[in-house]
Design a protein around this ligand. Sequence first.
Ligand code: FAD
Length: 486
Amino acid sequence: MNPVADHAPVLADLRAAIGASHVLQDGDLSAYERDWRKRWHGKALAVVRPGSTAEVAAVMRVCARHGVAVVPQGGNTSLVGGSVPDGSGTQVLLSLGRLNRVRAIDVANLTMTAEAGCVLQAAQHAAEEAGLLLPLSLAAEGSCTLGGNLATNAGGTQVLRFGNARELCLGLEVVTPDGEIWEGLSGLRKDNTGYDLRHLYIGSEGTLGVITAAVMRLYPQPAASMTALAACASVTQCVALLQLAQTRAAASLTGFEVMGACALSLVRKHFPQIPQPLPPSPWTVLLEVSDAESTEHARTVFEGLLEAALEAGLLTDAVVANSVAQSRAMWHLRESISMAQAEEGLNIKHDIALPVSRIPAFVASTDAALERAFPGARLVNFGHLGDGNLHYNVQVPPGGSAADFLREHEHAVNTLVYDAVQAHGGSISAEHGIGALKREELAQRKSPVALGLMRAIKQALDPARRMNPGRLLDADAPARPTAAAP
Ligand code: FAD
């Protein structure tokens, strides 16, 4: 890609394509240029806000003509520095925010067709209004968008039962780097007509094209759901409780989240108004059972499960939600951990996946190794245990400077944790993606054959390397978004 010396012709063409009022250059653009964690702050050539797929295509054609790089952005909730421009002032930030319509809900086909900029929560509400369920749910759902969810193959809290964003997607509409529109919104459950292009774009983090719309699977609403918090003495007990829950509740088990003591202590510190009905314990599990039959059936399954767990000594205490409000409060507690961590200050995040069976050994040995190497550092562990996904985060010792700790130790902490993840057969990114944060790790740890295939795909679909340069694949471009002083 050639750097653009004179930006005036690009800007003039962008204004002609989508209207001057949707090409932003002046004023405070930090909502687009700074990431959610405040780790990266870039500078866009312009923020463009097209209002339709045709306008996205027009923007892409202008950028292709002028050799300008494009960073697609949805809700800008990326936790890996994937959604903000670099500091060069030469990249166009393409915000999908105005493509936010639910185009159709097909009740008989159990599908929703919605635009990429549709906020996840709005899509959930639209499904609910049609009496159906869109079972994609994450703490950022009030801001993140369907396009971003698909571009990162988001996970969240219901993967255990319904799968991640990839498994919920039946079709895509995509604009290519050259401005062509691929319309793949058939919504078919069976379609074996060659390579499944949808799966290339899902999880591609804006490096291959722009997702403009998607067909998502919907499900019938459950007749009833029950939620509980359970206290466990160790992560080994959490894993045993998961096994018991899977045996007794089978497909009705829709949530199994774990929260370590340090994670909940941060919520207590920063959000004291959020109820924590159980006294502190090493681990707290949030369990949810959803049932297609009836409330009575759900209650019977749930109470039987908790009694069996108590008898087996897998939990030390439990509290069952008695109302929808109490259930929501339990989920709110779980979902507040990331915010509480952000309030506490910058930290070293590890979004890792492991075989569930290896988690107790991983946690025991890696906790001990971190404590030995970085005395006083706080281990803020929580996550989707049912999916083998831990947010295994490291926070500076109390009272210490986060900036100094990261500067001195981030690399060593990452090496220790990711070496352990690899030794246990895991992945360095379970659901957040690679972005700018982990591209060097990916380059070092992914097999050369896999990396070669990925680069070949990139070369085929974005030969000019204008799509989200510097993210995901190491060889894209030297430029990373500027890391802000923590
Ligand atoms: P953005 O942040 O705007 O972009 C993310 C990436 O996708 C970027 O690389 C961007 O270029 C690309 N992109 C965005 N839109 C498009 C598009 N239309 N076409 C092509 N590329 C595009 N993630 C989980 O998986 N599970 C969780 O439980 C979870 N919890 C979170 C909790 C909090 C509090 C926060 C802040 C984040 C959490 N995340 C989680 C991470 C994040 O919310 C998800 O990755 C989300 O899917 C990103 O959506 P977005 O619309 O904000 O995308």
